[in-house]
Design a protein around this ligand. Structure first.
Ligand SMILES: Cc1cc2nc3c(=O)[nH]c(=O)nc-3n(C[C@H](O)[C@H](O)[C@H](O)COP(=O)(O)OP(=O)(O)OC[C@H]3O[C@@H](n4cnc5c(N)ncnc54)[C@H](O)[C@@H]3O)c2cc1C
Length: 410
């Protein structure tokens, strides 16, 4: 006699992407377990997914949360992005994207990741078929012909759990990837993102600014109370010095790099630093295993694509699982999972190429590059089809979209 399988799906990592997948599948009859190492209520510094980072949610991600029924709970905590302004410090190129030209009420929405986490956790706790196993840490995983088995450490005790499908959503340093020796390609940008909030002198008018400088890009995202969320990318060997600056010196340095579009930058909050790498897992599926979110691809935050891409992974995987289940197929079979991986490949490659080429082109100091990229910015501004394409990529609306991203239920 075979032992019964504990779960249909075990999700390793209850961060933004893993928790979103569980919420997407929450109203099905599938038995779902989420193994999360750090309690949600841990301090913002300790919980790696739901920290003080501010996220730009693409318009397409709003649609996915609508499809999942979570948007009404989230919308009150978001600030809409009506326009995006892209510029290159010290050069002439500028591009503007306007939600009115795209026929949408906003190009995206800014939310603090901890607030997004609260919404996801509240939704998870209300789902009868979902067990949140936390704090618990994956220590071992094996796959066999008909299931996957994981060993987790929960309060010092080892628990063995089985599932028809294990989903690795355990972030950029994925333990699942390491245990199963899934090969990766990693590129160190030697850049560090420093995040904080500032209050500018002038109203932000719901405009998001992306400004490229010779040391790395600066994103300035609109928030409530006329604050702006700042992601300032600096060379990693400068990061410690920037982190140690007094608030006054930090504001002066940021003002110098960003310019005066928002008037004087007057007040700043706590700073946090994130070293930046590009990591790509070379396999995203194996029998009874799928790898999604940052575990599959960790991107530079330059264009705010990382979580949006991971959320589309979750929405597509949820759809493939539900369709396979309805058709009576094994949700962990390689055929089913290959369908998911093939579907997602183009979107993932596009997002990686988009962010990576932005970083490389805009940090290249050579004069021909600077001229080329500024002509490129102008061309985008002057050619509506090109601008529309850039806007669709930024809004997460390119390629074959999952049902949830079209605002439909599963
Ligand atoms: C500065 C910065 C700004 C960003 N801005 C944006 C933005 O504007 N828009 C956007 O779309 N994206 C943005 N991103 C990217 C976004 O933060 C990530 O893409 C997103 O956090 C990925 O979510 P995830 O759930 O895949 O991984 P994570 O957020 O890393 O979550 C992984 C989870 O797995 C858990 N875990 C890890 N190992 C184990 C284990 N062994 N056992 C159990 N649990 C485990 C962790 O505790 C964690 O909760 C930004 C990133 C940075 C660094």
């Amino acid at each position: 006699m075979f032992a019964p399988i504990d779960y249909d799906i075990l999700i390793i990592g209850g961060g933004m992407v893993g928790a979103s997948l569980a919420c997407a599948l929450g109203n099905t009859a599938l038995r779902i377990g989420i193994i999360e190492a750090v309690p949600f209520n841990a301090s913002a510094q300790a919980q790696p997914s739901y920290d003080d980072r501010t996220l730009a949610l693409a318009y397409g991600s709003r649609r996915i949360f609508e499809g999942m029924g979570l948007w009404p709970a989230l919308v009150g905590a978001t600030t809409p992005i009506k326009k995006i302004h892209v510029s290159d410090r010290g050069h002439f190129g500028v591009t503007h994207i306007d939600c009115a030209d795209e026929g949408v009420e906003a190009l995206g929405y800014v939310v603090v990741s901890r607030t997004l986490g609260q919404t996801l956790m509240q939704a998870l706790h209300a789902l009868p078929h979902v067990d949140l196993i936390c704090p618990a840490q994956l220590t071992n995983i094996t796959t066999s012909t008909d299931h996957a088995q994981v060993i987790v450490d929960q309060n010092g005790e080892q628990r063995t759990l089985t599932a028809r499908l294990v989903v690795a959503a355990d972030g950029g340093k994925s333990a699942v990837r390491e245990q199963l020796k899934i090969p990766t390609r990693t590129w160190d940008y030697h850049q560090t993102a420093i995040i904080t909030n500032i209050t500018p002198q002038h109203p932000h008018n719901n405009i998001a600014y992306e400004r490229f400088t010779s040391t790395g890009p600066i994103a300035m995202l609109p928030m409530s109370d006329n604050r702006c969320a700042v992601v300032w990318t600096v060379a990693s060997n400068q990061a410690d010095a920037v982190m140690r600056l007094t608030d006054e010196a930090f504001l002066a340095g940021l003002q110098n790099a960003f310019g005066h579009r928002l008037g004087r930058l007057q007040k700043t909050g706590m700073r946090h630093a994130y070293p930046l790498v590009l990591t790509r897992a070379l396999e995203h599926v194996r029998p009874h295993l799928a790898v999604i979110g940052n575990a599959a691809h960790t991107l530079h935050p330059i264009a705010g694509q990382g979580f949006n891409l991971g959320l589309r992974d979750a929405a597509a995987l949820a759809q493939v699982i539900v369709e396979a289940q309805r058709a009576g197929h094994d949700i962990g079979s390689l055929d089913v999972l290959n369908h998911y991986a093939a579907w997602r490949r183009a979107d993932q490659i596009r997002a990686i190429a988009f962010t990576d080429s932005l970083v490389r082109v805009f940090t290249n100091p050579l004069a021909p590059f600077a001229l080329g990229r500024n002509l490129g910015l102008l061309a985008v501004d002057l050619l509506p089809p090109l601008k529309h394409l850039l806007a669709r990529q930024t809004m997460g609306l390119v390629g074959k979209l999952p049902r949830l991203a079209r605002g439909l239920g599963l």
